[in-house]
Each structure stands twice: as structure tokens, then as C-alpha cells.
Design a protein around this ligand. Structure first.
Ligand SMILES: [Zn+2]
Length: 584
């Protein structure tokens, strides 16, 4: 109990002295039951299939008591970085009814259902809020999608795939679709067919880089794909899409493997993986609308049905982490009929604590390539005005040195007709934005979503974003991953890049724009309140949602390279333990 104030009065004036010790012991017993029940529930799984976390050697996605059933969850003896305005570091928190009931003031004595967790000095941070990612795409991947974003060598790829295969019935496809780049591997290449066979002989494997490959497969996968008309090279290599072999392979896998049941399993796996990293809230930014042709890549899905697996998990009580949903819109008709219907038939920021809608984004209208080139065009202009007239939030992305100017200028034009200064419009990624345009966006009441996606494949020319300039500017700013196609979900990789400027290959590519660990953690937690439009999330404060992450190491003390190895050992969402590595 060390520094725990067991003899203090709690807020209600109850003496907690001896009873608190007893409670702690009871809590220990209670906690064992708590976890045992949870593991049993988790092992049964959504469909009797192990989750990605269990398949990779850690605990499954847990749905257990401790939320709104009147029981208390108390964490003591921690270094709890609350991320409140004062930067308070507390030693204990009490969670009741899904919210923080007490922070840093000693454990309140609870009822017989009180669970006490002795953190023994571990570091705790608020649940990570990812304000821009594609978790819904990740949840709809065909096969048993296996993130490779944390592998730094072919050997680690083999180990990750082997661990996944061990938890999956033989013959099932093990897939990795996006979220990594071979530049992150020491060998800077795909695993060979023989290496994949060695690692995972009893499953067909499909490993595909970024949006459109290239990709690789093993002998079992090559046999199936070749028999179905996909061109596979002698060493298992599959050429890049759009309409190339990777696109054909991906289409085949989607057509043969995706069912409502497998999508639901994939959605649970995706949220489970996020929970194991400490990500407790995802703001999804949509998909390119699928065509059902080989030109579809990893980022294509049906924007009108792809949320269903997540909503099913929510309805059955199996969605443990929070999902916020933006509606992506891309169309070239200046009348923007699809956007008009969306604005008429959906509600912004509507829903509950676990699932809620957001705004329009990360695209509004127009043509993706023309946007990239800095020519938003008339459909974009018309659509943008309609979003403003509807009073919705709007989010766009910027990926080049010529696309942020016309977007911000277009928003200024819209604002001259319909004020947007209270709508919190967001520009995301912004690798090359200038301070002049940061100030112009700030004058519009806008904000910037930053990401470390250059970590995977960036270089001295393809670098940014200018973290330092933007944080110093003071415009509303938050952090995101933009995972899971061109970037990892793992927030600790993004925090590594933001604080060191070093990419996965070990090259310093963003020198002069580094920010501090305190700053980047704040961007990924409390500062993302602004992006969600919610003021009771992202920091550990009384009455806020009880979302927190107990870390395996001290974020503020580890060496730079060890930032990449930070993981959750216990993730709590709304007072419920949703991930438990079994070490606290
Ligand atoms: Zn995105």
C-alpha cells in the first residue's frame, strides 16, 4: 500500500483505515474472480474463435464487470498522468458507474464488489483517442487479418504470423492487408515463399502492403490463388494493384471469405488489437466506395454497410472500446446528390457513449486525384457549402504541398456566405502546411489533425508534418494514426516519430519539428476532446469517462527506441477492463 492514504477520510467522510486494508484483500480475491470470469468469456469469443490478441499470445478482448453495475474499480500506487489542465500526476483513482469518481485522493471504500488493483508504481495514461483512422476498414478485412506494423524484421513477421496461425483453425487464410511497409523491416523486403512456408505451413497466407500491394503469399496461398486466376510469381510475389494481381487476389479473398459472421469477428479483432495498444476511442474516417472490381484496394469498402459488424457488436454488448463515425463522401456531380441525402437523413454527433456519429469526412466531394493535385473543383465547392449550410462538421485531408491552400481558401469563401467558425472544421495530416495557412485556418475556428504516418515510408523529402510549428502556433491540434493502410494504428510508433523525427529505417527525416513526450501524449488524449466535440473524455478527471491505460513501461522515462515497445497491460473503458495482459 506504500504511499496510499489508507487512513484518510474519503469524500463522504467515511473512515477507510482498517476497512480499506480488508477491502484491498477482498479486492484481490474479487479481482481474481473478475479476471477468471473474463478470460472464460473472452475464450468463448464472439464466434468461438480466438481474438487477434489471444492468437498473438496475450489476453483476449474482455467484457467484464466493473462498469455500471454499482461495483467500484480502484487503482492504487500508480503514476497516473491525468492530462488535466494542471498536468496532475495522481497515485490512485476510483471508478464508479463508468466514470472517475475520485482522482488522487485515496481509494474510497466500496461495497462487496470493489476490485482493487495495486499498480506497484506503473505508469497510467488516459485512454488514447485516435482522431483519424480507418478502424472500420480494418474490421472488414477478409481472412484473419494480422497487423504487421510492429515487426522490424522478416523474422518478426514470421513470428507474428506463426503466433496468429496457432490460434486459428488449419486451412483458414491468415492475411495482412495494409498497415505496414517493407521499409520497416531490416531486410527491406517481403518474406520469401519459403520463409512464409516455414513460419506458417498449414494456412494460406496473403501479406499485402499499403493500399494496393505489392503482396506475397506462401505455397498454400499460391496454389489457391493461381487456381483462381491470380498471377503469382515463383517466389510467392504478387504484383501491385489497382487492377493488377494484388487487386485480383484481394477481390477473390473478399468474395470468398467475407460473410456477416467473419466481418463481425474481424471487427472484434480490430477493436481488440486497439485495446491491446491502449487505443480506447477511434474516430473513423470512412472508405473509398467499393466497386467490386480488381481496382479496389485495401481502403475500399461499402460506406453504407461497413459499420454493421461494429453496430452488431454494440447491440450484443461486445463492443468494449469507443467508435466515432465520420461519413466520407466523394462524388463528382456538382449537385452532390449522395451528400445531400446524407445530410438530410443522418444526424451529426448523434449516439451514445460507445458509438456516435461525427461529421462529413475525410472527403466532402470531388475527385481524389484532383484534390491531391490542389484542384478541388466545383463539386467540392458545392458540397462544402452544403455541409456548412447544414451546420455539420467537415474534415478534409492534405497530403501534398499544393492541396491545403485551395482547401483553406475555399473554406474562407464558404465562411463569407455561411459562418463556419463554430463548426470545428478539420484539416488532417498537413505534411507541408505553412504557418500563414495555419493562421488562416485558425481564424476560421478550424483545427489540425497530425499524424506520424511518415514513420513507415517517409524520407528527407517526404517528411513533415511540422509538429513544432503547429503546436507552438496554438491552433486546436490533435494526434491520430491515419491507420490502417498507409500507416500503423500503434500510437506509440506515432509518438516515437513525433518526438524523434526518425523513421522506421532509422533516418532522421523531420529534424527541427520534434515535440516533447508531454506534448504528444496531450495531443493524443486531452487535446482530442476538441475533435470529438466531447468534453468528458481524454483526461483522467472526476466525472469523465473512466478510460485509462496501464503501461508496461514508463512512457516518460524509457529510451527513445523503447517508445516503440510501449504497450498496454491493462486497458479500461468506461470502467470495464477490455484488455488485460495478466501482469498487474
Ligand atoms: Zn485517413
Amino acid at each position: 500500500m506504500a504511499d496510499e492514504p489508507t487512513k484518510r477520510q474519503d469524500n463522504d467522510g467515511e473512515s477507510s483505515s482498517d476497512r480499506s486494508e480488508t477491502q484491498s484483500d477482498k479486492g484481490g480475491l474479487s479481482r481474481r474472480r473478475f479476471i477468471a470470469g473474463a478470460v472464460a468469456a473472452g475464450a468463448a469469443g464472439v464466434l468461438g474463435v480466438p481474438s487477434v490478441a489471444s492468437a498473438t499470445g496475450s489476453a483476449p478482448y474482455l467484457q467484464v464487470t466493473g462498469g455500471d453495475d454499482g461495483s467500484d474499480l480502484i487503482l492504487i500506487n500508480g503514476k497516473i498522468h491525468t492530462m488535466d489542465d494542471d498536468g496532475t500526476v495522481a497515485s490512485s483513482v476510483t471508478i464508479r458507474n463508468g466514470r472517475f469518481a475520485n482522482v488522487g485522493k485515496g481509494a474510497r471504500a466500496g461495497g462487496p464488489n470493489t476490485t482493487v488493483v495495486n499498480l506497484k508504481g506503473r505508469t497510467v495514461v488516459p485512454g488514447i483517442v485516435d482522431n483519424h483512422n480507418h478502424i472500420v476498414l480494418m474490421g472488414n478485412r477478409p481472412g484473419f487479418h494480422t497487423p504487421l506494423e510492429n515487426a522490424s524484421s522478416v523474422g518478426e513477421v514470421q513470428a507474428t504470423l506463426a503466433a496468429r496461425g496457432a490460434g486459428v483453425p488449419a486451412g483458414e487464410w491468415i492475411t495482412t492487408i495494409g498497415g505496414f511497409n517493407i521499409l520497416q523491416f531490416a531486410e527491406s523486403r517481403f518474406p520469401t515463399k519459403a520463409e512464409l512456408d516455414d513460419a506458417i505451413p498449414d494456412h494460406p497466407v496473403f501479406v499485402s502492403q499499403s493500399f494496393n500491394g505489392p503482396s506475397a503469399t506462401n505455397s498454400a496461398g499460391a496454389a489457391i490463388l493461381t487456381a483462381n486466376g491470380v498471377t503469382v510469381g515463383p517466389d510467392g510475389e504478387i504484383g501491385p494493384g489497382g487492377a493488377g494481381a494484388t487487386g485480383e487476389a484481394l477481390l477473390f479473398l473478399r468474395q470468398t471469405l467475407l460473410t456477416p459472421e467473419t466481418r463481425r469477428r474481424g471487427a472484434a479483432d480490430a477493436m481488440s488489437y486497439g485495446a491491446s495498444l491502449g487505443v480506447t476511442t477511434h474516430l473513423d474516417q470512412g472508405a473509398f466506395q467499393e466497386t467490386g472490381e480488381p481496382s479496389d484496394g485495401a481502403a475500399h469498402e461499402d460506406n453504407f454497410t461497413m459499420h454493421i459488424p461494429f453496430l452488431e457488436l454494440y447491440r450484443s454488448g461486445e463492443l468494449g472500446t469507443r467508435l466515432r463515425i465520420n461519413f466520407l463522401n466523394l462524388e463528382q456531380d456538382v449537385e452532390t446528390p449522395q451528400l445531400v441525402e446524407r445530410l438530410k437523413n443522418a444526424f451529426p454527433f448523434f449516439g451514445g457513449d460507445l458509438v456516435k456519429t461525427g461529421g462529413i469526412g475525410e472527403f466532402t466531394a470531388g475527385d481524389f486525384i484532383q484534390l491531391f493535385l490542389g484542384n478541388p473543383g466545383p463539386a467540392w465547392e458545392a458540397g462544402t457549402l452544403r455541409v456548412a449550410q447544414a451546420g455539420w462538421r467537415n474534415e478534409n485531408h492534405s497530403l501534398t504541398d499544393v492541396d491545403f491552400q485551395p482547401i483553406i481558401e475555399g473554406w474562407e469563401e464558404v465562411n463569407s456566405q455561411v459562418p463556419i467558425t463554430d463548426l470545428r472544421w478539420v484539416l488532417a495530416h498537413v505534411p507541408f502546411i505553412s504557418e500563414e495557412y495555419v493562421n488562416r485556418l485558425k481564424a476560421l475556428g478550424g483545427g489540425l489533425s497530425l499524424t506520424g504516418w511518415r514513420y513507415l515510408a517517409g524520407d528527407a523529402e517526404n517528411n513533415g508534418p511540422p509538429f513544432r510549428m503547429i503546436v507552438d502556433n496554438g491552433i486546436p491540434t490533435g494526434m491520430s494514426s491515419d491507420g490502417m493502410q498507409i500507416a500503423p494504428m500503434n500510437p506509440w510508433l506515432h509518438m516515437y516519430y513525433a518526438t524523434t523525427g526518425v523513421n522506421a529505417a532509422g533516418d532522421l527525416i523531420n529534424d527541427g519539428q520534434q515535440i516533447t513526450r508531454e506534448e504528444v501524449l496531450r495531443l493524443y488524449t486531452a487535446d482530442n476532446q476538441w475533435f470529438l466535440g466531447e468534453d468528458d473524455i481524454g483526461s483522467i478527471e472526476v466525472s469523465h469517462h473512466a478510460d485509462l491505460v496501464v503501461l508496461n513501461e514508463d512512457f516518460f522515462a524509457v529510451a527513445d527506441e523503447s517508445l516503440k515497445d510501449l504497450r498496454s497491460v491493462l486497458t479500461v473503458v468506461g470502467g470495464k477492463v477490455v484488455y488485460d495482459a495478466g501482469v498487474v
